[in-house]
Design a protein around this ligand. Structure first.
Ligand SMILES: Nc1ncnc2c1ncn2[C@@H]1O[C@H](COP(=O)(O)OP(=O)(O)OP(=O)(O)O)[C@@H](O)[C@H]1O
Ligand SMILES: [Mg+2]
Length: 523
């Protein structure tokens, strides 16, 4: 191979390393190939698999008009010498195409030229032929020789790899751009929903909570949120993130109880290809994905001991090691965790690492159960009625008299989530334009109230004796009256506010029940 040819291959390999954009690379390659072969034209034909046609994306021609007609031309995938080369995969030399039955005369007609000698070589990559490279001379010109053909075949294999790489790069770039657009839209949507999901409540405890959140948001400190199920732990974590300086970064929640240890580790830290059976590719973990933002480790109490040790390392060193890798990588992530377990007890039982516990709980936030902050209930109910109205296209106005007292006196084992569900259900059951009555509350809630000890009921005493603390001893008459009032109220609630049913249950007349209700001021 002479020097100029070697030089072209060398330049090509350098160009491949630099360019990933096909359009910047291929035109210059075929221009130079045309010069080198002392040819009149050089072109690349690619297969369009959908149409099963060959087309000319790149053409180097002396005559600009001829070039333009070729760029518009399409031929069936099995037409012409190019079609033959595509199918057979064999580099082909034709000294005079006019005498070659395979020649596609449409090309000469389109360009209004007369082709003479021709060389064609297949572009093969990953065992598929994706197209053909051709060089031609006009009729009566000197023919090409076998060394020319050999060189074109060599050149074709490099060009094929470059085209394949560029296509893969294009696909990756496209799917990356698509993903970025989706992530952007989702992030905006989440941020909007987080703004809508404000922390509501009128209790002292909630006012203090909001202050704690403010403090946590303005310091890059590790926060541990603990509280019973449904008390709003995730809501608080989101609020800390979205009011902190990291609010433009991602908020990534991970449920530590949802995955077995090995999967959790690769989910959090990522893995190297082949590090375990299902690791078919390198994968970035959520700690890296949360870079610049916050990772929310929910149900941290369920985190297995091996993972506890690894988390400790992240908190101490600020770096992670992907599964199957040896090198550590720095991460810039704020950690907020949450649990409904008493982690201090878990520590003394040896189930949770003490050192990790102290790291995680640098700034602890406790969420009280709803039953201990009943002053939150009226505002929460108001917001949930509004939300349920919007969600279910209802127009429920609010609650009947006495219903808020029932709600404020309930135990709420499922806390705010349970209250939210209760109100949503009631809003759906209540009449359009009407209000929520005791009969729209769920049987579970009514049953809970019916089984509550009498002293646990809101407004135990008849209204005229409502005077703060109950004295230890009462005259029997008054004690009996109190009991009677609360018992009738309880039976009334468990009968959904229906006086006739209450009377039947108590073995009294409807008239007598109504009299008692009036006497005790029960509505
Ligand atoms: N103070 C509040 N104001 C408004 N909505 C609240 C409040 N607290 C909780 N919620 C709502 O109650 C539901 C439960 O809250 P969240 O999921 O944050 O609770 P959690 O403590 O993480 O529960 P779990 O332990 O079951 O995971 C959510 O719909 C949340 O928006
Ligand atoms: Mg939660």
């Amino acid at each position: 191979m002479d020097d100029t040819r070697l030089r072209l291959l060398y330049d090509l390999s350098c160009a491949f390393a630099e360019h990933t954009e096909l359009h910047a690379l291929v035109p210059s390659v075929i221009e130079r190939a045309r010069d080198l072969f002392k040819a009149d034209g050089a072109s690349i034909l690619l297969l369009d698999p959908e149409q099963n046609e060959l087309y000319f994306p790149y053409v180097a021609e002396e005559d600009a008009e001829a070039a333009a007609s070729l760029l518009r031309l399409r031929l069936a995938a099995d037409q012409g010498i190019a079609g033959y080369v595509l199918k057979s995969g064999s580099p082909t030399r034709s000294d005079s195409v006019r005498d070659d039955p395979r020649f596609f005369h449409g090309a000469d007609e389109a360009t209004q030229t007369q082709t003479g000698p021709l060389l064609a070589a297949p572009l093969v990559c990953r065992s598929a032929t994706i197209g053909v490279i051709e060089v031609i001379r006009r009729v009566d010109a000197e023919t090409f020789d076998d060394r020319d053909l050999e060189f074109l075949a060599t050149l074709a294999s490099s060009v094929a790899v470059a085209i394949d790489n560029a296509r893969l790069y294009g696909q990756t770039k496209e799917s990356k751009e698509r993903l970025e657009t989706t992530v952007d839209a989702l992030t905006r949507d989440l941020a909007r929903r987080d703004r809508e999901h404000a922390i509501i409540g009128g209790s002292e405890a909630t006012a203090e909570l909001l202050q704690l959140i403010d403090t946590a948001a303005s310091h890059p400190i590790t926060v541990l949120i603990y509280g019973e199920t449904g008390t709003g732990k995730e809501l608080v974590a989101r609020r800390v993130h979205y009011t902190s300086t990291r609010h433009d970064g991602p908020f990534i929640p991970v449920n530590c109880a949802a995955l077995p240890q090995t999967l959790l580790e690769s989910e959090l830290f990522g893995h190297r290809k082949g590090s375990f059976t299902d690791a078919i590719d390198d994968r970035t973990g959520l700690f890296e994905a949360a870079s610049g933002g916050t990772i929310f480790l929910d149900e941290i109490g369920e985190c297995p001991p091996v993972m506890q040790a690894k988390l400790l390392r992240v908190l101490q060193e600020g770096e992670i090691v992907p599964v199957g890798d040896t090198r550590a990588r720095k991460v810039d992530v704020r950690v907020i965790s949450a649990t409904n377990r008493d982690l201090a007890v878990e520590v003394s039982d040896g189930a949770f690492r003490e050192d990790l516990f102290y790291r995680l709980s640098a700034f602890p936030i406790e969420l009280k159960p709803l039953r201990e902050r009943e002053d939150d209930i009226p505002l929460l109910v108001e917001a949930f009625v509004e939300h349920a109205n919007a969600k279910h296209e209802r127009s429920v106005k609010g609650l009947d008299d006495g219903v808020i007292e029932i709600l404020m006196g309930s135990h709420w084992p499922g806390n705010v989530r349970q209250l939210q569900n209760e109100i949503e259900r009631a809003v759906v059951l209540a009449p359009q334009g009407g209000s929520v009555g005791a009969s729209h509350l769920s049987p579970d809630l009514i049953a809970e109230i019916a089984h509550m000890p009498v002293s646990g009921l809101a407004s135990d005493a008849p209204p005229e004796s409502e005077s703060g603390d109950t004295p230890a001893t009462l005259p029997l008459r008054e004690a009996r009256a109190r009991f009677e009032a609360s018992y009738i109220r309880r039976v009334l609630i468990s009968n959904g506010g229906n006086v006739s049913a209450t009377a039947r249950a108590l073995g009294m007349s409807r008239f007598m029940v109504q009299k008692k209700l009036k006497e005790y001021g029960i509505k």
